[in-house]
Structure formats: structure tokens, C-alpha cells
Design a protein around this ligand. Sequence first.
Ligand code: PHE
Length: 447
Amino acid sequence: MEKEKKDRGQWASSLGFIMATAGSAIGLGNLWKFPYLAGQNGGGAFVIVYILIVIFVGFTIMLGEITLGRSTGLNALGAYRKLNKKFAWVGGAGILAAFTILGYYNAVGGWVIKYIVQFVTGGVSGDSAVFFGEFISSPIEPIIWALVFALATAFIVWKGISGGIEKYSKVLMPALFVLLIVVVIRSVTLPGAGAGLEYYLKPDFSKLTPAAIVAALGQVFFSLSLGMGCMITYGSYLSKDENIEKDAFIVPLMDTSAALLAGFAILPAVFAFGFEPGVGPSLMFITLPSVFAAMPLGAVFGLLFFILVLFAAITSSISLLEVCTAYFIDEFKWSRTKATVVLACAIFVLTILSSLAMGPMANVLIFGKNFFDLLDFIASNILLPVGGLMMCIFIGYFWGIDNAVAEISQNGKYAFRLKGFWTVLVKYIAPIAVGIVFLNMLGIIKF
Ligand code: PHE
């Protein structure tokens, strides 16, 4: 019994839980995806819609997941199964999503480490598009850097909840915000930064199409790590004294602040040096290195920037691995060591394949997608939205709002101020909104 408890673990403090949870949420989604989505989809208009969705859907599902986790004290699958056997598959799908996402997240984490090393040794010289293309398509080197990233992730998870995830998140998250603010100050004070600020923030409501709103909703989901049992798992290590209503408010607030700051860090600098804000990986791995190369002291700011990206990525990857290890620790009574080693190795098989998909295996297509894109599609477009939707349905109509409210308020011990608001959101607004996005992603309804 003692050993089982030790392998499971518990957060040592409320602050530690908040840092770890914010660490999971703040990741690559905030740093490179949010800024260009905002720029493309109407600037300030998109930002306003994004914030509204965070409040109405993000907060709702975050609080729901933490509640399920703390109520049961179990991993994602175990939590659903304990409350209603018919819903166990929802947790299972979440664990599968975590496994899948980490498969390619490791590869991107490896790219970030490579860039850090590159900046230490003088920056990305020459054509950064050629540099990036040659690097990710080579067969061995990206796998080695991904291995370094995966080992760091596994090490922290192996150290456990309070001694690993909490301890590192408490250092890495504040450091990330400090570095981010340093880069923001550099970026917005560059001559010519105004054009970037305008691109980012000037509201253009004509660009706010239904498709842009759907993009915002999908982004809220991924960015807050929702729909895959991460918040269930992290919630399961909480004490009953924790005010989870407050946590479900603070974490999205931190995540959104990081996303907004990332826009201020990146877009003004890109425009100040006359670059176009590229999309996807090219913004972070091709455009930004060119921007840093053109900037005075660019190697220093480039290094700081990629270190902060690494901090963001690793506090997310540990949450993905923890979702998987928690399942094997709870359900199969594995030791934390065994669960971490076996899962990290199994996931790394996917990492090797997704890394090779950028080069030697680029022509191997499944459903028209290479392996990397396939993993991303299955997880982000199918498993996460289904997970979020089913969670709302489960709490709203099966487990019951009353049970959830009793858990959140600890049977009235804590005031649950937003009870009425949250009830409406969980039962109606959030599932309908997520359902629409899901159908749109699958192409069943088109805007
Ligand atoms: N939220 C992370 C990001 O913004 C990604 C992530 C998704 C992490 C799901 C864990 C679970 O990059």
C-alpha cells in the first residue's frame, strides 16, 4: 500500500500544482501557433474571440477534468471507469491521444534542442530555410536530439509528482515568463516594430469568418491541454483542500497571457526586419532564426528564445508522459520506474517514425499524410475534441452536475461562486461548441 502511494504521488503545494498545470498548458501551441493564427485571422478581433472561448469553453472543461481527477484519485481511464464503466473508453482515448502526441512532440522538442546548441555555437548562418530543411530531413541527427529531449522528459517523470514534475515546473515556468518578457521588450522596442503590432492587434472583423472562430476553438483546446485526460491525471494528485475553481481560472489566465506575450515577442521583430510571418514550423524554425541573425546581439536573444521554447515544450511533454505512466501505475500496479521506462521506449518508436517522416520516409503516406502529420491529425482533430465533448456529456448527463458540484465545493465547505454559470456551460454551451468544431474538422459540416 505504502509503495503504491509512493509510486502514485501527490502535489506538495497548491502553487506546485498550478505551475505544473500551467506548464502542461503553455507549450508550442502558445509560442508559435497562436501568434500567426491571430495575425491571419483578424488580429485583435481573433484575440477577443479567443479570450471569450477560453472563458466559456476552456474554463468549463478544465474545471470538469480536474474535478473528475480529484474525485476519483485515478488516471484518465480509471477515473471514468470508477464512475461509470460505459465511459471508460473516453479515458482510454485520452491516454492514446497523449501517447500519440508525445510521439511527435519529442521530435519537435529535439529540433528545439538542436537550435539551442546552434545558437550557443554562433547561430543559424546562411539560408535558414535550407538549414532547417536539411536538418529535419537527415536520417540520424534529429533522432539523436529527440532522444535527448525524450530522456529529459522521462527523467523528470521518473522522479515523480512532487519530486519531479512539480519541482521542475516551479523553476521552469517562472523562468519561462522572465525570458519571454525579456524577448518581448527587445521585440517591441525595435525600430519598425509598429507594423508587427498592427498586424497582430488591429481588429479586422471582416477576417473573423466562421472558419476563424473554429480555428480559435481548436486552438483553445490544444493550448489548454484539454480532452486527453491530462487535467484528470494532474487533478488526481490533489488534496481535497485545494480550491479547484480558483485553479481552473488561474491556469487558463496564465496560458492566455503566455500566448498573448508570444505574439508581442515574435511579430514585431519579424516585421521590424522586413520578413513575412510564415506559418507553422517555418515561423519558429525558419523566419525567427533569420530575424535573430539580422538583430544586434541576435545570437543572445535567439538563444534565450529557444531556451524558453524548450522550457515550455518540456513542461508539456512531461504531462503527456505522465498521463500514460499514471495509467500503468494505477491499473497494472507497475512501479513508477518500470512504467516510465517502458512507455518512454514505446513512445520513442513513434518518435523515430515521425522523425523519419520528415526525410527518408517522406513518401510513405497513410491516408495521404506522412506519419508525423498522421499522428497530429489523429490526436488533435479526433481524439481531443471527442474527449472534451464526451467529458461534458458525461458530467452534464451521466455522472451529474450535483456530484460534480459536491466535489468542487467539498460538500459546501468551499463557495463555488460560478456554479450556475458552469452548469449551463457544461450541459449546453461547451458541448455544442466543441461538437461544431469537431464536425467541421472532419469536414461533415463546412463553413
Ligand atoms: N498545451 C500544449 C501546447 O500548447 C500541448 C499539449 C496538448 C500538451 C495536450 C499536453 C496535452 O503546446
